[in-house]
Design a protein around this ligand. Structure first.
Ligand code: ADP
Ligand code: MG
Length: 415
């Protein structure tokens, strides 16, 4: 077990060879600071190409940082060979050895990581040669027996026992991913790195494997860095989420912190589905916000932040879909026209165009409510729901006591 620390890590890829004169070096990570606690499950999200895989590959030792240092369990690892870093990586593409059986794929890392003297080498060779023979004719090798016991344990954990003799091409996608997981856990590494491990699986298998990974991580307590672009995985799997964009860490916090109090407009739009509604508002004095011709009084931390705000009067307001409701036609509520109805079974997501200002707003409605595109409705905004961002897209600072840092034992969200 170990904590992981990225300290001012930079990564710039050189221009690709043969790309002509216009080719520039690509800076993927800039002065990245990131601390992952011992035993924590950290989910890393961000748009495609923002450097998520690069970050994992730097930690695994498959890439070298151009600046900064990475620590695993307090030990600087930049100059440590990948095989000596005590981290195991699971890839989206499984990366199994096609010519090896499931058992040998699981045992691959174990056999590689333990050095052998010439006698052990000979013992192992004879033991493997005799494996197909009856029990009485087998030659023992203590090292091989240890490895085989570990393979059996891992196979039992992941329900892979019936598949141990098969080759990867005889497995389904889900089975292959379980073997890849098995190979990672067999070595009992200090850190698991998983790069979109479920994205090649169909929806049903994803759900099952998702809970299996969370359950396994909870049981083993191994520090885990998990990359995904799936909203559900991001919200449900980790203790905390790190959002990366354009080489910089945008926010680090629990799923609910990021969902409820995004640090900037990027996070507001990236976390949650549907994304947060954004509307231009003006300060109207007396702690009120003006949206079109209506005035609103936010309550809660946003009201306190507004009271301390001395910047520009033009702000961007953020509202989650659940903070906007269909309501009776009163002059306090916003008139709107329904543009689009998405019936999801357990709820409907409505897209409405505000009569005042022509802005689109998405909200949730009961699944049984009869509502059609073109209908005229009124919307009510929950006073607690307002989130505010300045012209640079940064959230208005909230009073300090609202900001929580994860402390003590990691507590997993319920499955
Ligand atoms: P992500 O996993 O978030 O989609 P990556 O870490 O794979 O992003 O890549 C980040 C950026 O670095 C991309 O623009 C990609 O094209 C570039 N990149 C990745 N690997 C290399 C490489 N070996 N050489 C040059 N550029 C690379
Ligand atoms: Mg990637």
């Amino acid at each position: 077990m170990a904590d992981v620390c990225f300290q001012q890590v930079c990564k710039t890829y050189p221009p690709r060879a043969g790309g002509g004169d216009q080719q520039q070096p690509v800076t993927v990570l800039e002065n990245l600071d990131l601390q992952i606690d011992d035993g924590e499950f950290l989910v890393l999200v961000g748009p495609s190409g923002c450097g998520k895989s690069t970050l994992l590959r730097l930690l695994a030792g498959l890439e070298q940082p151009t600046g900064g240092e990475i620590f695993v369990g307090g030990r600087a690892v930049s100059r440590v060979r990948p095989s000596r870093r005590d981290v195991a990586m699971v890839f989206q593409s499984y990366a199994l050895y096609p010519h090896l059986s499931v058992a040998d794929n699981i045992g691959f890392g174990l056999r590689r990581s333990q050095r052998r003297n010439p006698l052990e080498h000979l013992q192992d060779g004879l033991h493997r040669l005799c494996r197909p023979l009856p029990q009485a004719l087998q030659l023992p090798s203590p090292r091989e027996q240890r490895i085989e016991r570990r393979i059996a344990e891992v196979a039992a954990t992941l329900e892979l026992e019936p598949l141990l003799a098969r080759r990867p091409k005889e497995l389904s996608g889900g089975q292959k991913q379980r073997v890849a997981l098995g190979r990672a856990i067999a070595r009992e590494p200090a850190v698991f790195l998983m790069d979109e491990p479920l994205s090649n699986l169909d929806a049903k298998l994803r759900t099952g494997t998702r809970s299996q990974i969370v359950e396994l991580q909870r049981r083993l307590g191994t520090t885990t860095l998990y990359v995904t672009h799936d909203q559900v995985e991001a919200m449900t799997m980790g203790h905390r989420i790190a959002v990366l964009n354009a080489g910089r860490l945008q926010q680090l916090g629990t799923p609910m912190e990021l969902y409820q109090w995004p640090a900037n407009l990027f996070v507001a739009q990236f976390i949650g589905s549907p994304p947060m509604n954004l509307l231009p508002v003006q300060l109207a004095g007396g702690g009120q916000l003006q949206l079109g011709s209506r005035r609103f009084s936010p309550s809660g931390p946003s009201a306190e932040a507004l009271a301390c705000w001395h910047g520009a009067a033009e702000l961007t307001a953020g509202l989650r879909a659940e903070h906007v409701r269909l309501a009776p036609a009163t002059n306090r509520n916003l008139a709107a026209e329904v543009c689009h109805v998405e019936a999801l079974g357990n709820e409907q997501v409505l897209t409405c165009r505000l009569a005042d200002g022509d802005h689109l707003v998405q909200l949730r409605a009961e699944p049984t409510q009869q509502i059609r595109p073109g209908e005229h409705v009124h919307l009510e905004i929950e006073a607690e729901g307002w989130r505010l961002f300045d012209a640079a897209g940064q959230a208005l600072p909230r009073p300090q006591r609202e900001q929580s840092r994860r402390t003590g034992e990691p507590s997993l969200p319920p499955l």
